[in-house]
Design a protein around this ligand. Structure first.
Ligand code: PFF
Length: 456
């Protein structure tokens, strides 16, 4: 007999928790930095196209699978099909979760350090160069980032042990809207900065000539990363959905909120980058090197800097909870280990691999593959390969494998909702999403092979 499964208690709670997973460091730390590295607006347009045409349909697909099967990612495929092949997606998802949470903890540790610095009023009077130096010396150090990373993982594990209603839902509901308000306040200041126009142009005037193959792969990978797609987070969350949850409108709300926050974050950061003569392609430290500058310029900057880094830590936490939940739901339901034990064991293992990612900025920086550090490799492998691959199989599963009746039932809530876009949806999951993902992935692999041949 199946155990009684936890579920979300309110409609807003569901959207908040799914949005809480989607909205995280990906929006505020990663989006500006990879948009910066890939030349700005042309990259952003490609990324937006991927969100709408691939992200939303794959998100709906994950919710359909999750709510129908009411299982963890691995069990869901076993329940819906007898073919063993599909279990691979579950395994791939668990592996991606492991890799992502490892490097996510590194960036979360930076966020906590910046929260502490904000408390100590550590940004005021610092020049851009000093802020850059501050970030570099912290991220390259050995001891402190690890302490924060351990703390962050312990908090994540603590909430996951608490379960769905008491844990995940409670924390997300209030804090996410507050984060939006603060970012908008930062935007208003940034936009009015003298010399900030360059940043707006960088964000909104596309120059497609700067796009490379790598930009397209990064855009696709980031669309998956930022929406928490391709590894079963939303299958797992969908499994906690109620009968009357509207899968389509939930997906559109989550993807919409996630995209708006990323754009708002870009709008806060790039005017500062340009106004202070910094480099948009500064890499992973971009947000930490530039954003503290704004706090000096706004009324109440001290309080807002604390609030901002506090909420960014919370946003990181609500995402990391969802990543850990994928692995814990899998281990505890498949291997019959208690939820608590599964969480603790997984969190310890991920903390250990996470520490390796953290040290790849300092003592382990010399370990590189084609110029990529361990941190980069974890990120690229998970975001640019495993997630899109997972998303491709998920859309194929919905487009070609699952009974059409189940899809119509799930999208129409068993006759209580009208779903008008079935044809469009089926076209996207049958053809467009899988073919587009395949092309981007094959191109990426081809490029690596060519580079290896050229390098001899
Ligand atoms: N979407 C999260 C972010 O943007 O920070 C990160 C993430 C969560 C990625 C869950 C993947 C995932 F399954």
């Amino acid at each position: 007999m199946q155990k009684q499964r936890d579920s979300f208690s309110s409609k807003f709670g569901i959207i908040a928790a799914a949005a809480g997973s989607a909205i995280g460091l990906g929006n505020i730390w990663k989006f500006p930095y990879i948009a910066g590295e890939n030349g700005g607006s042309a990259f952003i347009i490609i990324y937006l196209i991927f969100i709408v045409l691939i992200g939303v349909p794959v998100m709906m697909s994950e919710f359909i699978i999750g709510r129908k099967a009411k299982q963890n990612v691995f069990g869901a495929f076993r329940q819906l099909t007898s073919h063993g092949f599909w279990k691979i997606i579950g395994i791939m998802g668990v592996l991606a979760a492991f890799l992502i949470l490892s490097f996510y903890g590194t960036v979360a540790s930076w966020t906590i350090e910046y929260l502490v610095l904000a408390f100590k009023d550590g940004f005021s009077g610092k020049s851009s160069d000093e802020l850059t130096f501050m970030f570099e010396s912290f991220s390259q150090s050995t001891f402190k980032p690890i302490v924060w990373q351990v703390l962050f993982m312990a908090l994540t594990a603590y909430i996951v042990i608490g379960g769905i209603k008491k844990g995940i839902e409670k924390y997300t509901k209030i804090l996410m809207p507050l984060l939006v308000v603060i970012i908008i306040y930062l935007d208003i200041t940034a936009i009015t900065l003298k010399g900030g126009m360059g940043g707006i142009r960088f964000l909104f005037y596309p120059d497609f000539s700067v796009l490379t193959h790598q930009s397209i792969i990064d855009a696709l990978g980031h669309a998956f990363f930022t929406l928490s797609l391709g590894m079963g987070v939303l299958i797992t969350y969908g499994s906690y959905f109620k009968k009357d949850t509207n899968i389509t409108s939930t997906s559109i709300s989550v993807a919409g909120a996630d995209t708006i926050i990323a754009l708002l974050a870009g709008l806060a950061i790039f005017p500062v980058v340009f106004a202070f003569g910094a480099e948009p392609g500064k890499g992973a430290g971009l947000v930490f090197m530039t954003l503290p500058k704004i706090f000096e310029l706004i009324p109440g900057g001290y309080i807002f800097s604390i609030l901002f880094f506090l909420l960014l830590s919370v946003a990181a936490l609500t995402s990391s909870i969802s990543i850990l939940e994928v692995i814990v739901a899998y281990i505890s339901e498949e291997k019959n280990i208690s939820r608590k034990k599964a969480t603790i064991i997984t969190a310890i293992l991920i903390t250990l691999t996470g520490i390796v990612c953290t040290l790849s900025f300092g003592p382990l920086n010399h370990i590189q593959l084609r110029g990529f550090t361990i941190f980069d490799i974890f990120d690229k492998l998970a975001s640019n390969i495993l997630l899109p691959l997972g998303g491709m199989f998920i859309s194929i599963f919905i487009g070609w494998k699952l009974k059409k009746q189940i899809i119509t039932d799930e999208l129409g809530n068993y006759g209580t909702l009208r779903f008008k876009f079935l044809k469009v949806f089926m076209f996207l999951v049958r053809y467009l999403a899988p073919i587009a993902i395949l092309i981007v992935l094959v191109q990426g692999i081809w490029q690596i092979i060519m580079e290896m041949i050229i390098a001899g």
